[in-house]
Design a protein around this ligand. Structure first.
Ligand code: NAP
Length: 520
């Protein structure tokens, strides 16, 4: 019998009473679990979070909240082997893909635990410098961040059940807000097990953490002015959620992390065999195939100087042909299936769409040889020789191991093509040519939440562009949802109200926890 996954609401593990969704093993199509939330009381859960969890968290200092995060990280680390197994069986992860997800979660939790230690005994945070407001030094202004008194609902995409849940939770709890976390149903098994470890550990104050396994039912209709909705998923779902009337009417704080047509750019100095060339090819191959290309930060568009197009194509095809596609329960396999039957249909349809007017250099939409069952797709490289602003490549995200290689003639043309993606999470730039870097980075920077620059000086130290670090921003403008997460303390402002305090300097400074510089 597949496990019936429960939700953790109002301090209890509860199960819906009808129409369960099924979770399958994407390599074998066997059902591994079911989940239903029908009939659960979400209005009570939102109240429970606000009244019990919020009140308890706000009593704690940043350092104490940080210690909770440290305990949660340890629970994930201690269960790593078991969680890897769940990533293989329910998400089609290779061991390495599953570790990436799990270690991302524990690493981010520990990073925010350390920030909590640094923030110490305070419960609110000063924002920037204070300013004298009047003729005498006594009237003083200081911006302060205080925790919102609502509940934060976290909705995550299917591709990072552990990391997605951990990163959002870490920031919200440190800020002092209780959460209700919902993983995507199709790959919820790993998130559910982590939720079970956390909820049953006694590490969390009552009401600080609730977990929804399945649909959110009418939960979002109960959100109001002090609540937060942090969503990660497709642009279409993000748009639909944003439009919900009560969210608009009550100005609920909404953060959306959505699609992205990330790009990798090779500079003019990236000639065959150079350090820059090797870094570029290694990153592009990894970003196309890690997690079977189901990463919001995966490279979708590859731009190279026009005279290097054929060389790069041949090199990438050779590397992608080495990828072993199959059931990741077999350790020789280096790329698993996509997560669901719907994903497979979408990826195949997407390849056909962006292949119009392009050459299929390897892979394609056809079934993978030797795989009778499972949602397998081959790593696919398309080559578009005359890229244009209004190409489908700049409009449609294929959420799988698929990218398009294109030439550029000048930095100016390159900037226009990259910007045509409408805003993204990350772009990676490979060059040591300062003039080219200045023009390109300057041109594309307004279109991305993060840019990575790789060249000889940082050779051997770079982090692949698709790896989201808690110290740097994650999010992006336009198509990417316009959101911002992580970025160290920056991410906490979603969960905190910024208030400008104007008044007697001693009170303002004491409230904000700022050491007074005023002459007595
Ligand atoms: P999705 O279909 O939009 O689903 C995302 C989440 O929204 C899931 O938890 C889903 O729950 C939930 N959801 C769907 N309809 C809802 C509704 N009416 N009310 C409340 N929740 C609802 O996206 P996905 O297929 O899981 O993820 C793939 C997409 O996410 C890709 O486009 C990718 O680019 C994007 N993504 C972006 C980031 C980022 O950080 N920017 C990260 C990862 C993925 P159910 O599963 O229960 O339907």
């Amino acid at each position: 019998m597949p496990t019936a996954l429960k939700s953790y609401l109002n301090g209890k593990w509860v199960e819906g009473n009808q129409s369960p969704a099924t979770l399958v093993n994407p390599s074998t199509e066997e059902v591994v679990a079911t989940a239903s939330t029908a009939g659960l009381d979400f209005a009570a859960a939102a109240r429970f979070g606000r009244e019990k969890g919020g009140a308890a968290l706000r009593e704690l200092s940043f350092a104490q909240r940080g210690e909770i995060l440290r305990k949660l990280a340890k629970l994930v680390i201690d269960a790593r082997e078991e969680l890897i197994g769940l990533g293989i069986s329910n998400a089609g992860n290779t061991r390495s893909d599953a570790k990436f997800d799990i270690d991302g979660a524990s690493g981010t939790l520990n990073f925010y635990a350390d920030l909590g230690t640094k923030l110490g005994d305070a419960k609110v945070m000063a924002d920037g410098e204070g300013v004298p407001m009047g003729r005498s030094a006594r009237l003083y202004g200081q911006h302060v961040l205080v925790p919102r008194t609502g509940v934060a609902v976290h909705i995550n995409a299917f591709n990072f059940p552990a990391w997605g849940m951990g990163e959002k939770l870490a920031v919200a709890l440190l800020a002092g807000m209780p959460i209700i976390s919902k993983p995507a149903t199709s790959t919820a098994l790993m998130a559910w097990r982590i939720a079970e470890l956390w909820a049953n550990s006694g590490a969390l104050p009552e009401g600080a953490f609730q977990f929804v396994c399945g649909s959110t039912g009418d939960l979002l209709s109960h959100l109001g002015a002090q609540d937060v909705l942090a969503f990660t998923g497709s642009s279409d779902t993000g748009l639909m959620l944003r439009r919900q009337e009560n969210l608009l009417k009550d100005s609920v704080h909404v953060n959306v992390e959505a699609d992205s047509l990330n790009s990798a750019l090779l500079g003019p100095d990236g000639s065959a065999g150079s350090e820059v060339w090797n870094m570029f090819l290694t990153d592009v191959t990894k970003e196309m195939t890690q997690k079977t290309g189901q990463k919001c930060t995966a490279v979708r568009r590859i731009y190279v100087p026009a005279d290097r197009l054929d060389e790069v194509r041949d090199e990438l095809v050779a590397r992608l042909k080495d990828v072993r596609v199959g059931n990741p329960a077999d350790e020789k396999v280096t790329m698993g299936p996509v997560a669901t039957a719907q994903q497979l249909r979408d990826v195949r349809a997407g390849i056909e769409k962006i292949a119009l007017g392009a050459e299929v250099a390897c892979g394609g939409a056809k079934p993978v040889e030797g795989q009778a069952k499972g949602f397998f797709v081959s790593p696919t490289l398309l080559v578009r020789k005359g890229p244009k602003i209004d190409d489908v490549t700049n409009k449609h995200e294929v959420f799988g191991p698929v990218a398009t290689l294109m030439p550029y003639a000048s930095p100016r043309e390159l900037v226009a093509l990259v910007a045509a993606g409408g805003g993204g999470l990350v772009s990676s730039v490979y060059s040591d040519d300062k003039a080219w870097l200045n023009e390109t980075v300057g041109g594309i920077a307004p279109w991305f939440g993060r840019l990575t620059i790789s060249g000889e000086k940082v050779s051997g130290q770079t982090i692949p562009p698709g790896t989201v670090m808690p110290s740097m921003l994650h999010g992006g403008p336009g198509r990417a949802g316009g959101g911002e997460e992580l970025g160290g303390l920056r991410g906490m402002s979603l969960y905190m109200q910024r208030v400008g305090l104007q008044g007697p300097r001693p009170f303002v400074e004491a409230f904000a926890g700022v050491k007074s510089q005023a002459a007595s």
